[in-house]
Structure formats: structure tokens, C-alpha cells
Design a protein around this ligand. Structure first.
Ligand SMILES: Nc1ncnc2c1ncn2[C@@H]1O[C@H](COP(=O)(O)OP(=O)(O)OP(=O)(O)O)[C@@H](O)[C@H]1O
Length: 892
């Protein structure tokens, strides 16, 4: 139901007391005695007022503007959108205000002196310029008084100004925290500074603030900030670390919404100014945001210096050979063994491979062999325990979940990279170039998720002689943030690399692996629609997706799958086939409303006790990270004894984390997630939804990443053409410098030019339409976005070339693979896609019909209920037994 917009009501009242005050924001709950109100039905003396307030003072009078709402537990209360401090109306009141005891060193006499000299505008005069107090009071008293006034009234004024210019109280509060008493001046006099200095205000918003402050469209500050914001947005939305001149101009024009010739000249001047201010770097016809280029330079130079370094622990091939330890007596194949040797005999090493190829097995062997090497040398060289500790193995991963898995598998402590580096929110890393981390060998898992900024922090903090091994699946999605670290390291051929290709886990019979490999090669296999022992396909139109997913989930629930074991994946949040809608469906199935069940609401989401939930942000202080999944294990209401505020407790694999209304926005339901958020996680059953509505997001790496999250079974729902389109479209090329920085200058330039030529093919399509961030959130374009459909197919061929070259150059023993078939041209595929998307549901390829219903399976297969769960563990009689007929609505 659409929400009706109402005019604000008003209450003027005296503050009795502050019932609750949040630590991490200005949110408060107040008890107020009503003096006057326009609320028709309010006849009580007191009212509860909630909202964002400065240091409001009991006994003072305020005017609150907002709405009367009904809280499910606490009943009626006033939700204030803004408020005003009713300042003393006359000089007598003003004297009482200054002498209230709030201002150290100001008694009645001093208060009278101040008011005598400054009159009724005393407060405004002091807030504007505290030097008006010079000579009236002692310097210390003047400083304290000005500071206290700022703290209370300065923030209140900022709330008021924020309200007038369309800033939420929360942003106004953060601005005050950032700029202090200067905040108001920044907003009114130099608003475009916010583009460079303040996180979380898009250029459009800053521009609107500046317009209200009287800045014309052609003001140089506006053009400069618009150019900078445009370039930065373009880099972040496409994952680039630089833009060509043409791209930079297009991004700037799009952000500034003008391409007049005078604007062209102004943009050129702004680009020059941004370069001289060192906000941008211009080189060889490209513009890079200084931080991104700086990060690439640091990573490349650190990699090069590490490659030349000699570690304290000797790792000659002979020593590695004699100390080689393979856990669990596994028989490593030739390539795996060569990978271990190369990883230990080189200071920097990259290991890649698809699921089940033995990356973890190699990691375990590396850890065990390294420890044996350290022990052996500590003994033979008479080293002490401290030396062994200094050279120990460290393990880390970009996500908490992957780190936990590493710990479980290796038996060694693994952490997130953030934790390894001691990065806490908003603060600099504890470990950096001046204070490096300790350890002799560092293994980073899920390295495909490493963006250039995190890579910079990581490489900066490595001791100069540390061994580093990056492990990942090169065919997965690139990092959410800019950069292409893993790809560039491999492509440079400067860093030794082994690609594991033989699949062990799912074995030859696994059709999920075969499908993933085929999609990797740009082909949707002929048997895509045929149900296999471990995968099924259900073709539906976009509007049939919710029903189809619901049917599949019901079948899964009947078969005993838990919410933890099943993961619904879709590329984006919105649309009826998107993550938000699918979460509702899954929540109702896995955790239906029960009488008396405790719930807590945040925005549109109602969390129920028992829900599967996902952490959306890194919160290093509480050691929970973006992508961590957990379960709601308790909900507490404020009215309960000993409970200070409504709260929700989540169990993240044994770690309990509390959320209150202030942190609940970090959490969402996790029955369905975007594919980006599922990176680094694996699930027994994956239900993947792709439809033409997600076209802007579809590519090989996305669908490959989704499919390979399935450990045992995969159910694909949606539109055939969407799968076909994704399978035949490589991930768009990322423009980065790291590769060329790693190789010699001359060769590097050549490579860059080739990449630029490629990316220009797609330039015409850029800066148009919608912007979709790397996690599937749609926003209107502020600057630009690259249309994935029009990106060249070059990354696929580059990728294949890398694989081939790597195998030949760094890994002579690896099993060579046939070069995959090149995908069709992007144009012909696009045309085909559009045609298919227009096909009506009756023209959709029919779902394969089989007569066996899910709940018949136990009987017909001769399994008892008790053995059914056991049977589910076997992919051969697992989810694949759920046939299309079990999932699809009867009417189909
Ligand atoms: N050389 C080998 N011989 C026999 N079994 C092997 C060999 N290498 C790996 N395996 C087995 O194959 C399975 C998959 O290996 P592993 O977990 O190391 O792969 P992975 O690449 O880490 O997979 P994922 O990325 O999906 O976690 C494991 O059960 C492992 O014991």
C-alpha cells in the first residue's frame, strides 16, 4: 500500500528527561510535557518524542515537527523529523540561560555582563564569532562557552539548516562530527569540498546544496567537483582504475548534465586543475584518481621487491623436497605438487583453480610443509621459539566466512584481511609499511575478491621478505571495488602461477562442474535443459519466477533441506524475481509467522526469531563482515526486565552479535542473496534465478560464480535467453594499470594501448541509462555506466590466453586443455537475446515434465524416511530427484 504523505504536526513542550541516547549517533528518545500542539486527538500531558537531537537539556522548551505514530509495543509517540530550540525570548531569560550552570565559569554576574554587552542576539553573535567575548570574560571561560554553545546550538542550527536544504538529521550529525563548528560555513560557502572530503553525499546532493547557497552552474568549484565525481563514479561502477580522455569527458558531461562548448572548455580547465591539485593523475592519455593509481603503483613495486627478496626461512627446491608433508596421505597429482614447490620456492605465487580442483589440498600441504621447514631450520640452525614464531604461517581471506572455512580445514587460525591488518572502521590500519605484520608465509584465499585498495593495504603491511601465496578462482566475478588484482598478477606473467584444472571433488559425473566449465568457455551446453543427477532447469517467464521458486523451495523443505543448506541467488535486489521478493517467499516457507513469535522491524524488513540473516557491512570492531551469514537466535524487547533497547541477537557460526535499532540496517534476510554477496560461500543446494530483467548484470563470470556456489545440487530457474546471454557474454574488461606496472615499461605501454582500443568499442554505449552497482543495486545514473552488453569479448580471449600461457610458461607439468571455443559476436547475441526476451510465456520452451512428485520419492525409491536424509547427502539421489513436475504450479 502506498504511504500517504502528511503535513508535519507540531508540539511545543518542555523536556522532562532523555529516556535513551544512542552512543553512535544523535538518536534520542525524550519524555516531553506538552505546552501546545496542533494534534487534534492529543489530550495527555506528556508525550514520548523520538528523533535526532543535539544535547537537549531537561527543563528547556523545544518545538518538535513531525508525526504521531503508533509503535507496536509502546503505543502512540511523536516521531520528530526536526525540532527547534525555543530560545529565551527576552534578556532576562537569556541571563538565566547563560547562568544555568551549563557553562563553566559563567555565573549570574558574568551572564548579565554578556547580555548587557551583546544584547538579545548574544547567542547568534557568539556562535558566529566567539571573539565578541574578548574582554568580557576570561579567555578560558570564553573558549568553553563558545564550544558548549557550538556543541548544543551549533548542531541544532545545523539540523535546522540541514532540514532547509534537504539533508537528513543523520547526515547533518555526521557533518558536525567531521567539520565541527565549521560545518555550517562549509555547507554555505564551500559546499563542493564535500565531494572530496565527505563520504556518503553524492554529487547531485552536494550540487543541490550549492545551488541553494547561490552557486551558478558554471562556477569553477562546481565544474571541478563534477568532473572529479564523474570520473570516480565511472571508475567505481565499472571497476576501472583509469579512464581514457574520452571516457573522462563523457563521465564529466554526464555528471554535470551539459555538453555545451563552453562546458567543454570548463571541463578541460577543471581536469588540468584536478591534476595540478594531485586529485587526478594524467599519463599517456588516461586519467586515474590519485588514490587508485597510487594503490596500483604500491602493489606492483611491493610485488617486484618481494620477488627479489630472500626469506629468513630457506626454501630451496632440495629443502622443500626433503621436508614435503602431504596431510592425510593424499597422493597429490603432478600439477598440485609442482604448485606446492613453486609456492614455496618463490616469494610471490598465485594458485588458481575451479571448485574441487585441490586448492585447499594444496593450501594444507603448503602449511604443513612450511611448518616442517621452519621446525627443521630452527633445529639445525639453533634458532629459538621466537624465530619460529616470527616465521609462522598466516592465513587470511577477504570474507569472514571464507576465513572460518580456512580455519576449519587447515586447523590454523585464519582471519579476514581487515582483521589481519587491524583495520577498524574509520581508522587507519594498525599494521602498515611502518609496522608490518609478522609471519614468514601468508596465504590469502578467495583472492579474486581482492580490490586494489585492500590489496594496497595488504601489500604495504607485508614484511620485506615474506612469502605470499594468493589462492583463488580466476573465473569468478572480479572484486566489487575497482582493480583487477588477481587477473593482472596472472596476466603480467611476472608472478609465478599455477592453474589447477583437474576436478576431484565432484568427479567425472558432476554435471555442475561440466556446466561451469562450458559457461567458462562461452557455451551454454546442449544438455542445459536436461535434468541431470545434480541439476535441474525450470524455464519460466520473469513473472512466473516467484511461484516457481516457491515450488522448488517447498519441495526442498519437504525433502528435509534446512534454510542453511539452501541458497537462492539472483543478480539484483529489485523486480519480482529479485532478491528482496524471493527473500519474502523463502522466509514464509522456512520461518513462517507463528503465534506470539518475536519480531523486529527495520524499514521494510521484518526479522523473525530463527531467520537466516546476512551482514551487509564490514564492522571490524565487532568482527563481522560484509557477506557473513548467521541466524537470529534471540529478540529482546525494551519492556523486558534488564533490556535497555529493542535488540536482536545473531549467531554467526558461534559468535553472538547484538543489533539495536541503530545497527539493524547492517542486516538483511539471507534466504536469497545477490550472487556478489554469495562469493566465498558454498551451499548444498543453490537455486539460481536469471531473467532478461537482469540483462545489464549478466555475464559468464556472474553465472559461473553462482553455479559454483552449489556443492551438491543446482536448480536453475528463469528465462532460457538470460542463461544463454550470460553464458556467451564475458565479464566487461576492466581498465587497470597493475599489469603494465608489473612488466617492463615498454611492453606495458603496448598492452595498455591494446586494452584501450578494445574498451573504446564499448564507449559509445557508456554514460547512458541505468547504473547498477557491483552488487546489483540499481540507481539512476549520476555519471556513467558501461553497458555490459556492448563490452568487447576480449577478456574471454585474454583469459583463455592467460590459461594457455600460464600452463606453458610457469607450469610445464600442468595438464594442457583444449582452447575453448570463442563466443559469438556480441551484436548477434544481443539481437537474439532481445528477441527471446519478447517471447510470450506460451512460447517459452516448456519445462520437461516428469510424473514423480517430491513426496513420492521416499516410497518409490524404496527409501524410508530415516534413510532419506542420508540419501540427500548423495548427489545422485539428492535434489535432482525433485523433478520439474514437483516444482511447477499445477496449472502449467
Ligand atoms: N590429488 C588428489 N587425489 C585425490 N583426491 C584429491 C586430490 N586433490 C584433491 N582431492 C580431493 O578433492 C576434494 C576437493 O579438493 P579441495 O577441497 O582441495 O578443492 P578446492 O579447489 O579447494 O575446492 P573449493 O574451491 O570448492 O573449496 C577434496 O575432497 C580433496 O581431498
Amino acid at each position: 500500500m502506498a504511504r500517504t504523505i502528511r503535513e508535519d504536526n507540531q508540539i511545543t513542550g518542555t523536556l522532562q528527561n532523555v529516556i535513551f541516547s544512542a552512543n553512535d549517533s544523535y538518536f534520542k528518545i525524550l519524555s516531553v510535557t506538552v505546552n501546545e500542539t496542533d494534534l487534534e486527538d492529543w489530550d495527555e500531558e506528556e508525550i514520548i518524542v523520538t528523533g535526532t537531537f543535539a544535547s537537549v537539556k531537561p527543563g528547556s522548551t523545544y518545538a518538535f515537527f513531525g508525526q504521531l505514530v503508533t509503535h507496536p509495543k509502546y503505543g502512540q509517540q511523536f516521531q520528530a523529523a526536526r525540532y527547534e530550540n525555543q530560545m529565551p525570548a527576552d534578556e532576562k531569560g537569556l541571563v538565566a540561560f547563560f547562568a544555568s550552570g551549563d557553562f563553566p565559569g559563567v555565573g549570574k554576574k558574568t551572564a548579565e555582563k554578556i547580555v548587557d554587552h551583546l544584547g538579545q542576539d548574544a547567542i547568534d553573535l557568539i556562535l558566529a564569532d566567539s571573539s565578541v567575548l574578548t574582554g568580557l570574560v576570561k579567555p578560558k571561560v570564553a573558549a568553553d562557552l563558545a564550544e558548549k554553545l557550538q556543541e548544543n546550538l551549533g548542531l541544532e542550527k545545523l539540523f535546522l539548516l540541514g532540514h532547509q536544504i534537504g539533508l537528513s538529521a543523520d547526515v547533518a550529525g555526521r557533518l558536525f562530527d567531521h567539520y565541527g563548528e565549521e560545518a555550517q560555513e562549509v555547507l554555505q560557502k564551500t559546499p563542493y569540498r564535500l565531494v572530496y572530503e565527505f563520504d556518503g553525499l553524492p554529487f547531485k546532493k552536494v550540487d543541490a546544496i550549492a545551488k541553494q547557497a547561490g552557486f551558478p552552474d558554471d562556477h569553477p568549484d562546481r565544474i571541478q567537483a563534477g568532473v572529479y565525481a564523474g570520473i570516480l563514479n565511472a571508475c567505481y561502477s565499472a571497476g576501472h582504475t583509469y579512464l581514457t580522455v574520452d571516457q573522462a569527458l563523457a563521465a564529466a558531461q554526464s555528471t554535470l548534465q551539459s555538453n555545451s562548448s563552453s562546458m567543454q572548455t570548463a571541463i578541460d580547465q577543471a581536469l588540468g586543475a584536478l591534476v595540478s591539485q594531485e586529485r587526478l593523475i594524467y599519463e599517456d592519455g588516461n586519467y586515474s584518481p590519485t588514490d587508485l593509481k597510487g594503490a596500483e603503483v604500491l602493489v606492483s613495486s611491493k610485488v617486484k621487491s618481494l620477488l627479489k627478496a630472500k626469506s629468513a626461512v630457506q626454501t630451496t627446491p632440495d629443502l622443500v623436497d626433503t621436508t614435503f608433508v602431504v596431510p592425510e596421505n593424499l597422493d597429490l597429482d603432478e600439477v598440485q605438487r609442482a604448485a606446492v614447490e613453486a609456492a614455496l620456492t618463490n616469494q610471490v605465487f598465485v594458485l588458481t583453480g575451479g571448485p574441487g580442483t585441490g586448492k585447499t589440498t594444496v593450501t594444507k600441504t603448503l602449511v604443513a610443509t612450511w611448518e616442517a621447514l621452519v621446525r627443521h631450520q630452527a633445529q639445525s640452525q639453533g634458532r629459538d621459539k621466537e624465530w619460529a614464531k616470527q616465521n609462522r604461517v598466516r592465513l587470511a581471506s577477504p570474507t569472514g566466512r571464507a576465513a572460518k572455512r580456512m580455519t576449519e580445514i587447515t586447523g590454523y587460525e585464519a582471519t579476514t584481511i581487515h582483521r589481519l591488518l587491524g583495520i577498524t572502521d574509520g581508522d587507519d590500519a594498525e599494521f602498515d609499511a611502518d609496522n608490518p605484520i609478522s609471519g614468514g608465509l601468508l596465504i590469502i584465499d578467495e583472492a579474486s575478491m581482492l580490490d586494489i585498495s585492500l590489496a594496497e593495504s595488504l601489500f604495504a603491511a607485508l614484511p620485506k621478505d615474506m612469502h605470499i601465496v594468493l589462492v583463488g578462482d580466476a573465473d569468478q566475478l572480479p572484486s566489487v571495488g575497482p582493480g583487477n588484482v588477481l587477473y593482472d598478477l596472472i596476466q603480467s606473467q611476472v608472478v609465478p602461477h599455477v592453474a589447477l584444472e583437474r576436478i576431484y571433488r565432484q568427479g567425472k559425473g558432476s554435471s555442475i562442474s561440466a556446466l561451469a566449465q562450458s559457461i567458462n568457455a562461452g557455451i551454454l551446453p546442449k544438455d542445459f535443459e536436461e535434468n541431470q543427477s545434480d541439476r535441474s532447469t525450470f524455464l519460466t517467464t520473469a513473472d512466473q519466477v516467484p511461484r516457481a521458486v516457491s515450488q522448488v523451495l517447498q519441495a526442498a523443505v519437504k525433502k528435509g533441506f534446512t534454510a542453511d543448506q539452501v541458497q537462492v541467488l539472483a543478480p539484483m535486489y529489485k523486480t519480482p524475481a529479485g532478491v528482496l521478493a524471493l527473500n519474502q517467499i523463502a522466509q514464509d516457507l522456512f520461518n513462517p509467522v507463528k503465534p506470539g513469535q518475536k519480531t523486529l522491524q527495520q524499514g521494510e524488513t521484518i526479522f523473525r526469531l530463527g531467520d537466516k540473516v546476512l551482514q551487509l557491512e564490514n564492522d571490524s570492531e565487532r568482527d563481522i563482515y560484509n557477506g557473513d551469514m548467521g541466524q537470529v537466535i534471540a529478540i529482546h524487547y525494551k519492556k523486558e526486565p534488564g533490556v535497555a533497547a529493542d535488540s536482536l541477537v545473531v549467531d554467526f557460526d558461534g559468535q553472538e552479535v547484538w543489533y539495536t535499532s541503530k545497527t539493524l540496517n547492517q542486516l538483511t534476510l539471507a534466504y536469497a542473496t545477490t550472487i556478489h554477496k554469495a562469493q566465498g560461500n558454498e551451499f548444498k543446494l543453490v537455486i539460481l534465478v536469471l531473467t532478461g530483467q537482469f540483462k545489464i548484470m549478466l555475464n559468464q563470470n556472474l553465472v559461473y560464480t553462482a553455479i559454483t556456489r552449489a556443492k551438491e545440487s543446482l536448480v536453475m530457474v528463469g528465462d532460457y535467453s538470460a542463461y544463454e546471454y550470460a553464458a556467451t557474454h564475458p565479464v566487461p574488461v576492466r581498465q587497470t594499470f597493475l599489469q603494465e606496472l608489473l612488466v617492463d615499461q615498454q611492453n606495458g605501454r603496448r598492452a595498455t594501448r591494446a586494452k584501450q582500443a578494445d574498451s573504446r568499442v564499448g564507449q559509445l554505449a557508456e554514460h547512458q541509462g541505468q547504473k547498477v552497482d557491483r552488487d546489483g543495486q540499481t540507481t539512476n545514473l549520476d555519471s556513467q555506466s558501461a553497458s555490459r552488453a556492448d563490452q568487447p569479448a576480449s577478456q574471454q580471449s585474454q583469459k583463455n590466453a592467460v590459461k594457455q600461457e600460464t600452463i606453458q610458461q610457469s607450469q610445464p607439468t600442468a595438464v594442457k586443455q583444449e582452447a575453448p571455443r570463442q563466443p559469438q559476436s556480441a551484436d548477434s547475441r544481443s539481437a537474439e537475446f532481445d528477441q527471446r526476451s519478447l517471447t510470450s510465456s506460451s512460447q517459452q520452451k516448456p519445462a520437461v515434465q516428469t510424473p514423480l512428485a517430491a513426496d513420492q520419492i521416499a516410497g518409490e525409491s524404496g527409501l524410508t524416511t530415516a534413510t532419506l536424509a542420508q540419501a540427500m547427502a548423495n548427489p545422485m539421489i539428492g535434489m535432482a530427484d525433485l523433478k520439474p513436475a514437483d516444482f511447477m504450479p499445477e496449472s502449467r
